[in-house]
Design a protein around this ligand. Structure first.
Ligand code: B12
Ligand code: SF4
Length: 424
């Protein structure tokens, strides 16, 4: 089964199990995270007369409710992998344990095919567990592995034991996420486009989605209507890389329709917004539509770092956008601003200056620790100094990389930078 796309396209009347694996990491929060790619795929397969099931190891047995429709993830401490043994931090498994996964899978009909998705490259331990358990329980059933890790590290992903690693975009029309497979979901996830027209040196968006592809406005609206009808969700998160690009033609009409059809819904942008696109009108539209949590992609106030980020914003544009957002009624708490830390060549003082600059404009700075992503210029730069990055994706871990793997910012310095973001 070398070509999984034609295999998947050919499936009719089959029983298919999709798995979102547990996560092994130092920390993990539900920033409105759902396995959107897998949910699209399961929906497409269901429309072809297949019966689909979902085992989302992060969502099942989730913990107490937190803000905006989310829940805490359940976790248990696990031994650290050898590469992390000198890191003085606890390591956890988030989501279901093996016994619970097996129990859930045993309760389902035997599938004809198992689809395992993957997120961050450094989350492959959970992916390997999912493949192994599926193989153990359903011998002879093909297991296909796809998602971000599979696409960025296909050679490593082969070691999972999956029968096929899907390392290209599956060419199957993706209609809407199969959110009905959740017994309960406190929020909706929305996507108006795939990919991004820009090419920042540290980002894999172009590699994952070589072309920026817009979805029809009606598709996003249908997704929203369907998800809001399901479990009474009153929150929705956008996953777009470039939500505001061409905003007059795409975003404004969408907001108009969302506002009139779904009053009272709170919207969130966990993935940063392009600051250059935010002007007086845009800020007013965001406010009127019901956006609650804005993440803004300043990333740095240092022109050298800004260049690596496609020159997508300047300090002045940020200051102006913040003013517009404030006048529209957004508070500092609602406008967290991502500041990158740990990029190859970036100094601690450059990060500190960026934090102070963001806060001086009235925003709340939030450190985004750098994760080297295979296939990007920044990864190549990082791997020139640390060749093991090519062999061991665990080393891409955002919590481990900056202070402990590259040593770019010492743990005490990183703590001081984090303290700086809390000093208001
Ligand atoms: C939304 C998003 C998030 C969300 C959460 C998403 C989630 N569900 O976990 C949030 C905002 C929380 C997030 C956080 C982070 N993210 Co992020 N995120 C994304 C983003 C923008 C979109 C992912 C997505 O859902 N795409 C839409 C769906 C439809 O596509 P997809 O999942 O790729 O699936 C497609 C195929 O792969 C396929 N598919 C999927 N599953 C399967 C399964 C099978 C069997 C098959 C056949 C096919 C298949 O179908 C889909 C459509 O074709 C990507 C960038 C991108 N453009 O992909 C970055 C990205 C994944 N994130 C990245 C990074 C760096 C981060 C952060 C580390 C940022 C930071 N410094 O804090 C954090 C890490 C969080 C953590 N706990 O460690 C990196 C990857 C890093 C890595 N080493 O792997 C990416 C690639 C962006 C980048 N910078 O290059 N992220
Ligand atoms: S603007 Fe954002 S999504 Fe687009 S390439 Fe740059 S970092 Fe990636």
């Amino acid at each position: 089964m070398a070509d999984s796309t034609s295999f998947l396209r050919g499936l009719r009347g089959a029983t298919i199990l999709g798995i979102n694996p547990p996560v092994f990491d130092f920390t993990c929060f539900d920033l409105w995270a759902k396995p959107l790619g897998l949910l699209f795929l399961l929906d497409a397969l269901r429309r072809r007369e297949n019966t689909v099931f979902l085992l989302d190891c992060l969502a099942e047995e989730a913990g107490e409710a937190i803000s905006f429709g989310r829940r805490k993830l359940v976790r248990s401490e696990v031994p650290k992998p050898t590469v992390f043994k000198n890191i003085p931090r606890r390591y956890h498994r988030f989501g279901l344990d093996d016994a619970a996964m097996l129990r859930r899978m045993r309760a389902l009909p035997r599938p004809d095919c198992v689809l395992v998705t993957s997120g961050m490259t450094y989350w492959y331990e959970g992916v390997f567990r999912a493949v192994e358990l599926a193989k153990e329980l359903f011998p002879g059933v093909p297991v296909i592995l796809g998602g971000v890790y599979a696409r960025l590290c296909p050679e490593h992903a082969v070691r999972s034991g999956a029968d096929v690693v899907q390392d290209v975009l599956p060419s199957i029309p993706l209609v809407r996420p199969a959110m009905e497979l959740y017994a309960e979901s406190g929020y909706a996830v929305l996507l108006t486009s795939f990919g991004c027209p820009l090419s920042c040196e540290y980002c894999a968006s172009k590699r994952l989605f070589p072309k920026f592809v817009e979805r029809e406005l009606s598709e996003t609206l249908a997704d929203a209507a369907f998800q809001f009808s399901l479990h009474g969700a009153r929150d929705a998160a956008f996953y777009d890389d470039a939500l505001l690009i061409d905003k007059e033609r795409r975003f404004y009409p969408l907001c108009e329709a969302l506002h009139s059809r779904f009053p009272g819904v709170r919207y969130h942008t966990p993935n940063g917004l392009h600051i250059r696109e935010i002007d007086e009108r845009c800020a007013a539209v965001l406010k009127r539509t019901g956006f609650q949590t804005l993440r803004l992609s300043l990333e740095s106030s240092d022109p050298d770092v800004q260049r690596k980020g496609s020159g997508k914003t300047s300090g002045e544009e940020f200051r102006r956008a913040l003013g517009d957002l404030r006048r529209a009624g957004f508070t500092s708490e609602q406008m967290e601003t991502y500041i990158l830390a740990g990029l190859p060549g970036q100094t601690t003082s450059s990060v500190a200056d960026s934090i102070l600059f963001a806060e001086s404009c009235g925003a709340r700075a939030k450190l985004a620790e750098f994760s080297p992503v295979p296939g990007t210029p920044s990864f190549e730069e990082a791997a020139a100094a640390i060749p093991q990055l090519r062999e061991e994706p665990l080393l891409h871990n955002k919590t481990a990389y900056t202070s402990f793997i590259s040593g770019a910012i010492l743990p005490e310095e990183l703590q001081r930078l984090k303290d700086l973001t809390k000093h208001r």
